[in-house]
Write a protein of this length. Structure first.
Length: 512
């Protein structure tokens, strides 16, 4: 199969004809910020948090359960290992992470869609992980593979999304031990944007690497990063063997991992901002250091998924001031480590794509932009605290991501932007609608939503007085109807199909 793929990459009339006839949809380049990051922590506060994180690693330690090889690695690196508890001497983690790159390129099968993660860049990827989906017609239901494929198509068609993501929903109609194959196949064939690999079991991570070998060529995969995958830490301070097994596979194969504490403040971390940031930093330091024990130079992102909790119901809350403080502060800590940073998203606790969802999501998206996030997972589609992928909210959020692009451009101050000729031309009491400067710039002057309604009341009423969810349903249908599959070399497609079929036939279905 790999040899067939290599032959296909050498050329072929069918592939060239497919490329010529394919419809190309515009995708904006990843965001390059021209605005400053917002910083909430003083130098003194940063130093206190960093010192306390080192104390946690040295005195309290972290757990690596059911992973004797990891314990051996830590022992060889100079850590104090007692049972499954690993205590790191002060400075050890920081020394180890020096080999982690400050930025890296993730390659897509369409090179025009490559993304650079790190620096002043922001890469936007869709929702990840919900077992349920919702749309206006069918309501809330368990996700299927058909739903998954539709989300991948929507992501491909969304101008402001740079990344296809990973588990955009959890397709429950396919066996647990096999669904990762179908999900990866969908990302690889229905989109040509970069994507994420499977992390639910180390062998599934290896399947992800092997499938990329078919798609890109095995040598290319070993020499380049073609996946960025999510490794969650079981907060507080536990690194389970499944996630670490997936991390080990990806690091060994030069593939990027987001190493991210998963924290609900008040339940899995202290209720205070400073205490939570201290724990986030300690966990991230240990996880990133471990990735460099596997392979020095393996690309990695420092993650921080942090939300607060409703102390009455126990439910997570989103878009809160405390979450913003933590997100801003974690960004400062990541930059001091010279690491790419992942956080924020279209977070909300609402059950519907309503006003609550919009308020909370707007707060969450803006804090992500201003905190210096480099990779924003969950940038669109998130509903009900991450339990639901919503079709309508997917396109609502994806539309608003355009506003982030424009805000990140900053303020131009060149001769055209100064507009002195226009001010002279119009003078006192005039208007700018017909002046030369307006005519030359109006097409690009303002960001315009492709979804929201700006029409006069009478027109809006005549068209059915449609609310935003109704408009979003219409847009979902239009995007799916307009979708055309990106061109792929037939030999590579055949090889991917064969790989998936062979792996699925190799073991019985399991839904556990």
């Amino acid at each position: 199969m790999a040899e067939a793929a290599r032959r296909a990459r050498g050329g072929g009339g069918a592939a060239r004809r497919a490329a010529r006839t394919a419809v190309s949809f515009e995708t904006a380049k990843y965001i390059e910020r021209n605005i400053p990051n917002f910083e909430v922590l003083t130098e003194e506060a940063l130093e206190i948090i960093e010192a306390n994180a080192e104390t946690i690693l040295e005195e309290i330690g972290v757990n690596f359960p059911d992973n004797p090889r990891a314990l051996d690695r830590w022992r060889e690196a100079g850590a104090d290992v007692q049972g499954e508890r690993v205590r790191l001497p002060k400075g050890l983690a920081r020394e180890l992470i020096k080999t982690a790159p400050a930025s890296y390129t993730q390659h897509a099968r369409n090179p025009d869609r490559n993304v650079v993660v790190g620096g002043k860049n922001l890469v936007l990827a869709p929702v990840y992980g919900p077992p349920f989906v919702r749309d206006a017609a069918g309501g809330r239901r368990y996700a299927t593979m058909d739903d998954f494929q539709k989300f991948v198509k929507l992501g491909y068609m969304s101008k402001w999304l740079h990344h296809s993501g990973g588990t955009v929903c959890e397709p429950t109609d396919v066996a647990v031990n096999k669904r990762h194959l179908d999900m990866l196949h969908a990302h690889m064939t229905l989109s040509d944007k970069p994507f994420m690999g499977s992390v639910t079991e180390p062998s599934r991570a290896q399947d992800s690497v092997d499938m990329c070998g078919v798609l890109f060529g095995e040598k290319f995969v070993q020499e380049n990063t073609v996946m960025t995958s999510l490794i969650n830490i079981n907060s507080p301070m536990t690194f389970d063997d499944v996630m670490m097994g997936a991390l080990e596979v990806y690091a060994q194969n030069n593939q990027a991992c987001i190493i991210s504490p998963f924290i609900v403040g008040g339940a899995m971390a202290p209720v205070s901002v400073a205490g939570t940031l201290t724990q986030v930093l300690a966990e991230a330091l240990a996880g990133i250091a471990y990735s460099q024990l596997i392979k020095p130079g393996a690309p990695v992102i420092m993650g921080a998924f942090v939300t607060s909790i409703d102390m009455n119901s126990g439910a997570p809350t989103f878009g809160t001031p405390e979450a913003a403080h933590i997100t801003y502060g974690a960004g400062q800590l990541a930059r001091r480590l010279n690491l790419p940073y992942r956080s924020a998203g279209s977070f909300c606790g609402s059950k519907l794509p309503d006003a609550q969802a919009a308020y909370e999501t707007s707060n969450s998206l803006n804090m992500g932009l201003l905190s210096g996030v480099n990779f924003m997972l969950h940038a669109c589609g998130w509903l009900e605290g991450g339990l639901v992928s919503s079709f309508e909210k997917f396109v609502m959020d994806a539309d608003q991501l355009g506003a982030l692009h424009h805000l990140a451009r900053g303020v131009e101050i060149d001769t055209n932007a100064q507009a002195m000729d226009a001010i002279r031309e119009v003078g006192p009491g005039g208007h700018y609608l017909g002046c030369e400067h307006t005519q030359a710039n109006f097409k690009e002057a303002f960001w315009k939503s492709d979804l929201l309604d700006y029409k006069p009341f009478e027109t809006w009423e005549d068209e059915g007085a449609r609310d935003t969810q109704t408009l979003a349903s219409i847009r979902v249908e239009k995007l799916l109807n307009d979708y055309q599959q990106p061109a792929m070399d037939p030999a590579i497609k055949e090889a991917l199909d064969a790989f998936v079929a062979t792996r699925k036939a190799a073991e019985p279905d399991s839904f556990m």
